[in-house]
Design a binder for this molecule. Structure first.
Ligand code: BES
Ligand code: MN
Ligand code: MN
Length: 459
C-alpha cells in the first residue's frame, strides 16, 4: 500500500484538475435542455474509467439519462464491491447567489466551489482516483469491483430499477459501496447506517377561472392561496407532529439503546443553530435535533407559487395556487401509502368550492443498512487510516432511493462511506467540497479496497 499512497500524494494536482473537468459539464438531470450534457458527462466518466484500466466500460442508454458501468474482476476468491454513485447534479439556481459560475469550479481557501463538487461528482471522482492508483502501481485491484454510476439520482432514479432488473446478473457483488452522504462533522468521520425515504407531492388548487379584483370579489369566492396555505398550515401541529391520518402507523420507534448512542455523539444545538443563523432549533416535541433529522419523518413545503409577488402592491385574488411538498420517511413507512394518505387528507380538507389536483413525484424507500459486515469493518479501518480518527456510526437525513432497490432486487447490503460535510451546501448556491476531505477521501477509498481485500469473500 505504501506505493499506492505515495502515488496518490504525487498525483494530487492531477486528481483535482480531472475533477474540475468533470464539474465543468453541467449535468443537470431535471432540465431537458441539458440532455446532451448528461451524455457528455457519462462519456467523460467512461473515458476516464477506460483510461485507468477498468474493463467492460459502457455507457448504457436508458429511457432517460445513460448509466455508466464498468468492472474489474481479476481477483478470484476475493469479495466483489459494487460501487454506486451519480454524475447528475441539481439545478444551480438561484445563480445570482453564487460567488463563481457554478460550472466553473473555483478554489477559495480550502474549498472547491461548484455544483456537484460534493454531491456527488467529487465523491465519485475520489474513488476513480483511488482505483487508478491501485491499478497503476500494482496492475491489479485488491478486490473485484463493479461500478454503476447513474445520471438520474437527483430525479428519483427513474430508470434504474428497470436497469437493475435487466442487468442483475452483471451486478452480482457482496456489498454496495456508496460515497454520497455527509460526515458527522469536520474532523469527525462517520459511517452511515440509515437513510430516510421520500414521497414528493405537488398540490394544485384552482378557484375562479381568472384572476379577480380583490375588492370586487374578495370575501365571496374561494382564494386558492388562502385555501392552500390553510390546508398546508394544518398539516404540522404545534408539537411538530404531522396530522396526516395514519402517517405514523408504520414508523419504527427509536430503541432506548439507539437513543443513548445518538445522545452520546458530540452535538450542540447552539452551534447547529448558530451555523445556520438561527435563534434556536425547532422540530418535533420530545426528540433531539439528531433524532429529528435521522429517525423522524417530516412534511415540508419546498415551494409555493401563486398570485402577485412583484414590487409594490396589486389587489388581486389569484385564480390558481400551487405547492411542492416533500415528506421524508423513516423505516418502515411505505412511500405509496403515505402519498395516498396525503392525497386523501388534502382532498378532505379542501372546501368544495375549489378544484384540487394532487400529483405524485418521486418516491424512495427509507432504509437501515447492515452494521456488522466485513465491508463495514473494512470501511472502519480505512477511515481510521485515512482520517487518523475512528468513525462514528450515524444515520442520514437525506435519501438515496437506490439503496432499498439494491437490497430488494439484489439482496445486497450497502456501506455509506461519507466525505461530504454538513455545511457543503449541496443543492444550494455555493456548493463546495472541502479539499482536505477530497484528498483524505482518496486515501481512505484506496485503503477501503485494500482492507476489504484482506477479508474473506462471502463471509
Ligand atoms: N446525496 C444526496 C442524499 C443525501 C444527502 C444523503 C445528504 C444523506 C445526506 C442525494 O443526491 C439526494 O439529494 N437525494 C435526493 C433524493 C430524492 C430526489 C428522491 C434527496 O435526498 O433529496
Ligand atoms: Mn447525491
Ligand atoms: Mn443530491
Amino acid at each position: 500500500m505504501n506505493n499506492v499512497i505515495s502515488y496518490l500524494e504525487s498525483h494530487r494536482s492531477q486528481a483535482l484538475e480531472g475533477l474540475k473537468d468533470f464539474l465543468r459539464i453541467p449535468s443537470v438531470s431535471t432540465d431537458p435542455e441539458h440532455t446532451k450534457d448528461l451524455q457528455r458527462c457519462a462519456q467523460y466518466l467512461s473515458n476516464e474509467l477506460e483510461r485507468i484500466g477498468m474493463r467492460n466500460v459502457r455507457v448504457n442508454p436508458t429511457a432517460g439519462h445513460p448509466i455508466v458501468t464498468a468492472e474489474w474482476l481479476g481477483a478470484p476468491g476475493k469479495p466483489t464491491v459494487l460501487f454506486y454513485g451519480h454524475y447528475d447534479v441539481q439545478p444551480p439556481e438561484p445563480l445570482e447567489l453564487w460567488e463563481n459560475d457554478p460550472f466553473d469550479p473555483t478554489v477559495r481557501g480550502e474549498d472547491l466551489y461548484a455544483r456537484g463538487s460534493t454531491d456527488d461528482k467529487g465523491q465519485v471522482w475520489l474513488h476513480v482516483k483511488a482505483l487508478e492508483a491501485h491499478l497503476r502501481e500494482n496492475g491489479s485491484l485488491p478486490v473485484n469491483v463493479r461500478m454503476l454510476i447513474e445520471g438520474e439520482e437527483e430525479v428519483s432514479s427513474e430508470n434504474l430499477e428497470a436497469f437493475i432488473e435487466a442487468h442483475g446478473k452483471d451486478l452480482g457483488a457482496d456489498v454496495v459501496l456508496i460515497s454520497d452522504t455527509t460526515m458527522f462533522d469536520y474532523d469527525q468521520p462517520s459511517i452511515g447506517y440509515g437513510l430516510r425515504g421520500m414521497a414528493y407531492m405537488e398540490v394544485r388548487i384552482e378557484g375562479p377561472n381568472k384572476d379577480l379584483h380583490s375588492g370586487g370579489y374578495g370575501g365571496s369566492v374561494p382564494n386558492p392561496l388562502n385555501v392552500l396555505s390553510a390546508i398546508l398550515g394544518q398539516m404540522v401541529d404545534s408539537d411538530g407532529r404531522i396530522t396526516v391520518p395514519g402517517f405514523y402507523d408504520d414508523v419504527v420507534p427509536l430503541s432506548d439503546e439507539e437513543r443513548d448512542a445518538i445522545a452520546a455523539l458530540p452535538f450542540s444545538n447552539e452551534r447547529f443553530a448558530e451555523r445556520l443563523g438561527l435563534m434556536d432549533v425547532m422540530g418535533e416535541k420530545d426528540y433531539s435535533t439528531l433524532e429529528r433529522i435521522w429517525a423522524r419523518p417530516t412534511l415540508d413545503i419546498n415551494g409555493m407559487l401563486g398570485g402577485f409577488t412583484g414590487e409594490g402592491s396589486k389587489t388581486v385574488i389569484p385564480s390558481k395556487a400551487m405547492a411542492k411538498v416533500s415528506m421524508r420517511l423513516v423505516p418502515k413507512q411505505v412511500p405509496e401509502i403515505i402519498a395516498q394518505a396525503f392525497e386523501d387528507y388534502i382532498k378532505r380538507l379542501a372546501p368544495s368550492s375549489v378544484k384540487v389536483e394532487v400529483i405524485r413525484h418521486g418516491t424512495g424507500k427509507p432504509v437501515l443498512t447492515a452494521r456488522k459486515h466485513p465491508a463495514v469493518s473494512a470501511a472502519h479501518e480505512a477511515i481510521t487510516k485515512g482520517f487518523g480518527k475512528a468513525p462514528v456510526y450515524i444515520r442520514e437525513g437525506g435519501s438515496i432511493p437506490v439503496v432499498a432497490m439494491f437490497e430488494e432486487k439484489l439482496g445486497l447490503p450497502t456501506v455509506l462511506m461519507a466525505f461530504g460535510l454538513p455545511d457543503c451546501d449541496a443543492h444550494a448556491p455555493n456548493e463546495k467540497f472541502h479539499l482536505p476531505n477530497f484528498y483524505r477521501g482518496i486515501d481512505t477509498a484506496a485503503w477501503f479496497y485494500e482492507e476489504y481485500g484482506r477479508s474473506d469473500a462471502l463471509d
